[in-house]
Ligand binder design. Structure first.
Ligand code: CTP
Length: 396
């Protein structure tokens, strides 16, 4: 699977660097060509000799080595098909997120155009520190891929278990194999993804909306583009940034979203409706701020069901819809799929703390017109997005 693939492994200074040799070994066993760049701090946890022996290539760590030309970092950056940094420490992530390059590995990343996969490893508090989270969000927006960290045993017994453990080498290798095999999965396909929440004005300062963060839609849009699709991401307001590898269109109301989708529909191969569209809007939008009073009745009228409309006028397009169910009511999945003339329906749970709105994970059930139903176990929204897109690719 990895034969002839050129992989540059970066190692930075965290305790998980003791596992980097296992990663290198597995990649070499799968016939990849591997070169290693390590930071000085990584040398506290693993020696260059171990990594040289296992990779079969010299290990680079100095920015200005005597034996190479001064453009060593450029040659190293242009060489690989993929770069994986495992472990990626909080400090390293901070440096890369801010475009700093005090060492060889950071310089390589600034020059590289290949996919970069980061495998963070750190203590739980450090991982959840707002600056680390911000740095990761920034890197994600810039197109860096992440694997982990995971829940599990941390470096010392006193730390115990928690979030922050680096993904195991075999999990990282599996992800690398997936990246290569899925690079062209949606090549040449035009895919429209919607995400986020719509807002329906009540008066100049208030609106009707919902708690959707836009994370699922953004994950789908980003992953579809990584799989080679030309992606239009039509999104309402979101709590996350839209991806950078997609054409993004901000719309505010359900009607604006519908208008943009109708423009894009004829030329698209698939539409994935992950947006949380407000089912109702105010019948009349007050021109002035509504003042406080004893009693207020708002008259609401239904918004168009955008997806059902697309289902009615569907030609070659494949349609994927989402539904939100509470109380374990899986029964509606099939009904909704049929009613809206969909090719796949993704049913979210609204009543579980680790799935649905505003969390990073999701647990979904997929419904198909054949009557087939598939459970996707709890996974990150990025992983759930990839599962949905793999299924969609088979339909296109
Ligand atoms: N949708 C839409 N236009 C609307 C409302 C929803 O296109 N006005 C889309 C959503 O993007 C989603 C699917 O339709 O893909 C959700 O359908 P819906 O019937 O609203 O399902 P639920 O969210 O489960 O809501 P309900 O409780 O109303 O059944």
């Amino acid at each position: 699977m990895l034969a002839d693939r050129k992989i540059l492994v970066g190692a930075t200074g965290g305790i998980a660097a003791y596992k980097t040799p296992f990663l290198v070994r597995q990649l070499v066993e799968k016939k990849a060509s591997v070169r290693v760049v390590m930071t000085e701090a990584a040398g506290n946890f693993v020696t260059p000799l171990v990594l040289e022996t296992l990779s079969g290539n010299p290990v680079s760590s100095e920015l200005f080595p005597r034996q190479f030309a001064s453009t060593h970092h450029i040659e190293l950056a242009r060489w690989p098909d993929l770069i994986v940094v495992a472990p990626a420490t909080a400090d390293f992530i901070g440096r890369v997120a801010n475009g700093l390059a005090p060492d060889l590995l950071c310089n390589v990343l600034l020059v590289a155009t290949s996919t970069v996969l980061l495998a963070p490893a750190m203590n739980t508090e450090m991982w959840f520190h707002s600056q680390v989270q911000e740095n990761c969000a920034k890197l994600e927006k810039l197109g860096y891929e992440f694997i982990g960290p995971e829940e599990g045993k941390l470096a010392t017994a006193s730390e115990g278990e928690g979030m922050g453990r680096m993904s195991e080498p075999d999990t990282i290798v599996k992800r690398i194999e997936e990246i290569f095999s899925e690079r062209e999965l949606l090549k040449g396909k035009r895919i429209v993804v919607t995400g986020g929440r719509t807002e329906e004005a009540i008066d100049p300062v208030r609106y009707l909306s919902n708690r959707s963060s836009g994370k699922m839609g953004a994950a789908l849009a980003r992953a579809a583009a990584r799989m080679g699709a030309q992606v239009s991401f039509v999104h309402g307001r979101m709590s996350v940034e839209p991806p950078q590898n997609t054409d993004n269109f901000l719309v505010l109301t359900a009607e604006e979203m519908q208008k943009k989708l109708l423009e894009l529909y004829a030329k698209s191969d698939a539409v994935i409706m992950a947006a949380a569209v407000s089912d109702f809007r105010a019948e009349k939008v007050s021109r002035e701020k509504i003042r406080r009073k004893e009693h207020l009745t708002l008259e609401l009228v239904p918004n168009p069901d955008i997806l059902a409309g697309l289902g009615k006028s569907k030609k070659k397009q494949k349609l994927v819809g989402f539904a939100l169910e509470a109380g374990g009511g899986l029964g509606n999945g099939k009904k909704k799929l049929e009613e809206k003339n969909l090719d796949m329906l993704v049913l979210n749970r609204a009543d579980e703390p680790d799935a649905g709105f505003d969390v990073d994970t999701n647990r979904v059930t997929l419904f198909f017109p054949s009557g087939k139903k598939e459970e996707v176990p709890l996974a990150s929204k990025d992983e759930v997005a990839r599962v949905i897109l793999r299924k969609l690719a088979k339909l296109l």
